[in-house]
Design a binder for this molecule. Sequence first.
Ligand code: GDP
Ligand code: MG
Length: 170
Amino acid sequence: TCGFVAIVGRPNVGKSTLMNRILGQKVSITSRRPQTTRHQIMGIKTVDTAQFIYVDTPGMHLQTRDRNKAINRFMNQAATQALRDVDCVVFLVDRTRWTDEDQVVLDKLVHVEAPVILAVNKVDWLEDKASLLPWLESLSARRDFAAILPLSAKHGTNVPELEAEVAKRL
Ligand code: GDP
Ligand code: MG
């Protein structure tokens, strides 16, 4: 089998880091500065039984800010386009709080029929791991997610588990 997987989320949440971690190489530029990825980055991962095409999806948030800028319009269209034919979406949020930009991304997923897996990134920053549980529960009310997983893209924690969840949806 072969499947398209889109990685979505607000700027700086760790999409490129996650993609590089999954693919095992630096195909996508990561940065502390938001909006480093200006165009879509694709990567293919082949395992025994399946082939995954991952798409790092920048630009979903831009409409709210400066909707008249041509580059923003273009990127926004590209982001929406990427979601049309995917088999699975990985929606990345931060471990700390829900922001307006997260909501913008979630709103864009309203018409997406593919399963959406919520991944809560950067949990390596968490000192109090117990605080994660009520947080995950509050997130689960926002949409009927196919799965919810805490992880660290940077350290790789729980990333294989995420890949296993993705594999189930293809
Ligand atoms: P993107 O804009 O969503 O593609 O975000 P990037 O992948 O470029 O990451 C933004 C920043 O967050 C970079 O400085 C990353 O090193 C950092 N980052 C990403 N994932 C993690 C993580 O799991 N833990 C920590 N501590 N930092 C992370
Ligand atoms: Mg990026």
